[in-house]
Design a protein around this ligand. Structure first.
Ligand code: CU
Length: 157
């Protein structure tokens, strides 16, 4: 009975606990965020870590953010930090994978690092044409202080 339920949930592409994609080095004020493009079948594969829109990352201002962008495919995808929907330039210097409108090949990984030197609400978005419009983005908020966190905004619904 339980095994059948577990299989049913896995077939639905149930979102994983997002904390596994966050690694915090509080001493160095450095955080590593792993974004796995097309993690599962959620939103037709247009997701990061199994989430489309409803994941919120929080990072304190002045921390260093390292992003590991892994493409599980089969399409090309990219990772970038942008300020507004449809923005084509990164909100922070260097905050995008190479050639973000072309994207990373299936099965490949790219990394970038940036300094979160401005407060505000941003997006982690895929900049391959049409993908952000297809809701392939999540939320990143740079806050005045505290510790990095990640929250599933739909948890408990
Ligand atoms: Cu994409």
């Amino acid at each position: 009975m339980l095994a059948a339920a577990a299989i049913a949930l896995s077939l639905l592409g149930k979102a994983p606990s997002p904390g596994r994609f966050l690694a915090v080095d509080a001493h160095r004020h450095r955080v590593t965020i792993t974004l796995i493009a097309s993690y599962n079948g959620t939103n037709g594969g247009f997701n990061f870590d199994g989430y489309s829109r409803y994941l919120m990352w929080t990072v304190p201002r002045s921390w260093t953010v390292r992003v590991v962008c892994q493409n599980r495919g089969p399409l090309r995808h990219s990772c970038a930090v942008v300020k507004d929907a449809g923005a084509t330039r990164p909100a922070f210097r260097g905050a995008e994978t190479p050639q973000p409108r072309i994207g990373i090949e299936a099965g490949h990984t790219e990394r970038f690092t940036f300094r979160a030197n401005k407060k505000g609400v941003y997006r982690f978005a895929c900049l391959v044409a049409g993908h952000e419009l297809a809701r392939m983005w999540d939320v990143l908020e740079i806050v005045p202080r505290g510790k990095p966190s990640v929250v599933d905004l739909q948890a408990g619904r």
